[in-house]
Design a protein around this ligand. Structure first.
Ligand SMILES: Nc1ncnc2c1ncn2[C@@H]1O[C@H](COP(=O)(O)OP(=O)(O)OP(=O)(O)O)[C@@H](O)[C@H]1O
Ligand SMILES: [Mg+2]
Length: 294
């Protein structure tokens, strides 16, 4: 996979406070990256630096090989960087459809595939908001406000979608609904960078997780074919204390042990079944082998 978004050695200082320090990461085409870290770690600032709401003091941001570090937020949006805000701020006085139309009309000028209306409708369908197209944004529930954030971003037909704690404040059932929507978006080939405190939601979507604290990258973990190990790593990376991390590890070990015990029992039952259907000498040797294990 080629890197679609490349962030190289960026730093940002607010007054005397170094909020982001020599931060480097990339996202490949079609990849989903998760970012975890405690409150105030610099996550939203990092997203702002990528989206263009802030300019880095040092370092660079590249999209599809083009240096966009000095471009404005709307210029970056038009190049294909879509984002949702941590606190949704739709145009309250406009309908859901009109809000999304703003995205498709101004967010992808010169490269929109389809008419502004068709693209807006498609974004509403993908995010499950089509039935609320004519509802006033001001009257939406939190889940629908989050969906609208997603729809507005999608209407700009982004190649990279940046999500800032989109699952925050939702019920468990709502989080799972949103996860389904994000998985659907990802399946269309959009690359995703998702900042999230709700790790189990993140783990259902991303292939790689990086942890940030004090504006620095602490660690980065890639999903391999052992999903359990990746899930544990993700949970540990977002643990709030060492004791929580130890507790999580212990629970994980217990779960693994139980899984192995179940597998062993199933294997033993299978072996006994095979032994029952085979010749006497083999039956005896299997029986004696199992006596030793039991
Ligand atoms: N415009 C600003 N001026 C000064 N300090 C800022 C500014 N924006 C953010 N900060 C500070 O930078 C630090 C990182 O903030 P940021 O919002 O990036 O954290 P975060 O990781 O997104 O936190 P949270 O999980 O609470 O959303 C915080 O200490 C914050 O107070
Ligand atoms: Mg934040």
């Amino acid at each position: 996979m080629t890197a679609l978004l490349e962030v190289v050695d960026i730093s940002k200082r607010f007054g005397g406070f170094q909020v982001i320090e020599a931060f480097t990461f990339h996202v490949a085409e079609g990849e989903a990256l998760g970012i975890v870290g405690p409150n105030g770690a610099g996550k939203t600032t990092l997203l702002n630096l990528v989206a263009g709401d802030l300019r880095p003091d040092r370092g660079s941001v590249h999209l599809a090989g083009v240096d966009i570090s000095r471009q404005s937020a709307h210029a970056r949006c038009r190049r294909g960087i879509g984002r949702t805000a941590q606190i949704p701020r739709p145009f309250e006085g406009l309908s859901v459809f009109e809000n999304v139309l703003v995205g498709s009309t101004f967010g992808a000028v010169g490269r929109l595939r389809g008419t502004t209306e068709a693209v807006a409708v498609e974004a509403l369908r993908t995010t499950g908001m089509i039935d609320k197209a004519n509802v006033l944004a001001a009257t939406l529930t939190l889940l629908d406000r989050k969906r609208l954030e997603l729809a507005r971003a999608l209407a700009t037909q982004p190649s990279v979608l940046l999500l800032d704690e989109i699952a925050g404040g939702l019920t468990e059932a709502e989080v799972l609904e949103l996860v389904d929507t994000i998985r659907g978006i990802r399946a269309t080939g959009v690359s995703i960078v998702w900042i999230e405190h709700i790790v189990h939601a993140l783990l259902r979507v991303v292939d790689r997780i990086l942890a940030i604290d004090y504006g620095r990258k602490l660690i980065e973990v890639q999903r391999t074919n052992t999903n359990a190990a990746f899930d544990l790593a993700g949970e540990l990376m977002s643990a709030k204390s060492v004791s929580e991390a130890v507790e999580l590890s212990a629970a994980h070990a217990r779960k693994q042990f139980e899984a192995i015990t179940v597998q062993t029992r199933e294997l033993a039952a299978l072996a006994q079944k095979v032994a029952a259907e085979t010749s006497e000498p083999i039956k005896e040797s299997v029986a004696s082998a199992f006596k030793k294990v039991a």
